[in-house]
Design a protein around this ligand. Sequence first.
Ligand code: WTA
Length: 626
Amino acid sequence: MTPTELAALHEAHASDPHAFWLEQARRLDWERVPERSGDTSFDRSDFHIRWYEDGSLNLSANCLDRHLPERANDTALVFEPDEPGAGRSVTYAELHDLTCRLANLLKERGVAKGDRVMIYMPMVPEAAAAMLACARIGAVHSVVFGGFSPESLAGRIDDCGARVVVTADEGVRGGKRIPLKANVDAACDLSGAIDTIIVVTRTGGEVTMREGRDLRWEDHCERLSSDCPAEPMAAEDPLFILYTSGSTGKPKGVVHTTGGYAVWVATTFEWVFDPRPGDLYWCTADIGWITGHSYTLYGPLMTGTPTVMFDGVPTYPDASRLWETIDRLGVTILYTAPTAIRALMREGDEPVRKHRRDSLRLLGTVGEPINPEAWRWYHDVVGDGRRAIVDTWWQTETGGVLMTPLPGATSMKPGSATRPLPGIEPLLVDAEGREIRGNDVSGNLCLRGSWPGQMRTVWGDPQRFIDTYFATYPGLYFTGDGCRRDEDGDYWITGRVDDVINVSGHRIGTAEVESALVAHPLVAEAAVVGAPHDLKGQGIHAFVTLNAGEEGGEHIVRELHAEVRKHIGALAIPERIQFARGLPKTRSGKIMRRILRKIAEGQLDQLGDTSTLADPGVVDALVRDR
Ligand code: WTA
C-alpha cells in the first residue's frame, strides 16, 4: 500500500464510516447484501454490538465455492507435517469435497444450525475441513488446542454444551506423539454429554473405539455425498466460540459471529499481507488459537491465497526447519511469533543463511511484544535487511489485526506495532479513566467504538462480557494491555496490565494456575505472577505455601507440575515454584501481587512500602529464598 492509499482509507472512514464499512463488506459473496453497517458506540448503557445485521452469507461458501468456477484445481492449502517433506497439497475442489462429506456426516449425527461442535485436532487438512463443515451447516465450532488436558477439554465441552467432538487418533509434534483420541475419551468420562466422536486417522496408532459413539472419518465420509448446500447465515449468527484466559475464573468462551468477523478478517488480510498471484503464505499458528482461525485458515481461504498448514515445531528436526521448508515450498509470506524467533535466534545465523529464502517477500509477527533485538535479527538475518516486517497487535477478542505498520505506507520501528488500521480508534487512559492526550505518554490501551471483527459476547455469560471489557472504563473497550505512544505518535504495547501471563504468546490466567496448584492436598495457598523469560517472553513464577509442618522439595515440585498438567495442560507448568512460609498480605488479607511481581522480576529495590503488610517479615523471607 502507498502512503496516499492509506491516507485515503483513513479519510474515507472519517468522512463517511457507514459507506466505508459497507465498502469493506463488498469483498465477500453475500446471499443478501447488507445495507446496514454497524452501531459502533459503547457509550449508551444499552449498547449492542451488531454489524451488517440485515445481510446473510456463508463463510464456507466464501472460502470454497467462490473459487470453484475459476480455480477448482488450484492449491487451497499445503499440509506440512512434522516430518519434513511428507506433506501434500489440497485443492479448493478437494477441500470442498472433504468439507461437504464431513458436513453431511455431522448432519447425519443430528447436528443442526446453532449446535456446538468441538474440534480437538492436529494441523491436518481435515481440521480445516472440520471448521469449514461447521460453518457450512451453521454449527458453531469450538477448537481446543491439542496441548490442553482432558480436564480442560471437558470444561469447555460442558460450558458450551457440545455433543460432538472431531479429533484424530494421535497428533505428532517434534517427533512426539500426542494421544488425542485417548484424551477425548478421558474428557468424556468427565463430562458425559458427548454422543459422537469422529476420528480421523493421522498416525494409525491404536485407539479404543466405542460402538455407536465413535466413528472413523474415512469409513463414514466415503459413503456420504460430496455435495452439501451451504446454509445461508444471518450476519449475526454465531460462527465460533474460542476459549481464552482472563484475569479471573475459568477461561471464557469468546463468541464471534459470521458477517462482521468474515469482513474484518478478509479486509485485514488484504491490507496487511497484500496477497498477490503466485504467493504461498505461511502462518505458523495452530488452529487452536485465534491467529490460526483468522490468519492460517479463514483469511487466506476467503481471499484465495494458498496457505501452509504446519503440524510441526520450528526447531524440529533442527533449527533450519522453517528456512528449509520455505525454500522447498516457495513460501513468500511468513507470519510467526516472537517466541519462535527468539528460539531460532539463539541457534545463530548459520541455520538461516545456509538456505536461500529468496522466495520470501514479507515477514510478520504476532502474539506478544517483540523485543527490538529479536526484531532486528528477524529483519537483518531472516529478511536479509530488505524485507518488511508487520508487527501485528490484536487479540482473540478483536477477531483480526487492529494495529500494525503497513509495508510501503508506514515506516517500521523495531518493537512497535506503530499505527491503528483504518476504522480503529485507540486511546490511552490513566487509572481514573481519563484520556491521556498528546505524545510521549503511557497508559492503559482502550478502543473507542466498535469494528466488525469484535467479539459479541461471552458464551452463556453476557454480563461477564460487559464486566470484563466495558466496566473498567465506561464507554470504552479496555484491552487489558499497557501501551506507550511515543513522540511520533507510534504505539508500543508493553504487555498485559491484568492478571494474564503471556507465555510464548499463549495467554494463561494466574487464577487458573493458582487453582490447579491448590488442588494439591499439601498446598495451603498459591499466588502466581509473570516474570521476564528470555525465550518465552514471560515465564510463570508460582509462590506456594504448604500446610503447617510440610517441607517443600523436588518431589512436591514434580507433583505440582502434574497438577497443572492435569487441570490445564503442560503449557501452563510454572517456570519456577518458590515455597514460602507466608505470602505478603494487606491487613485485610489481600495478597499483594505487586510485591510478588517485583520479587519474581528481581527488582528488589522496587518493593515499595511494605510496612502496611500484616506481616512485613514474609517479604524478607521471600527475597532471601529467591
Ligand atoms: C499480546 C493473539 C505486543 C497482547 C492475536 C494482547 C501483542 C494479547 C501483540 C492477545 C503484538 C498480541 N505486540 N503484544 N504484536 N500481539 N499481543 O488473545 O498482550 O492470544 O492483549 O491473541 O497478546 O493474545 P491472544
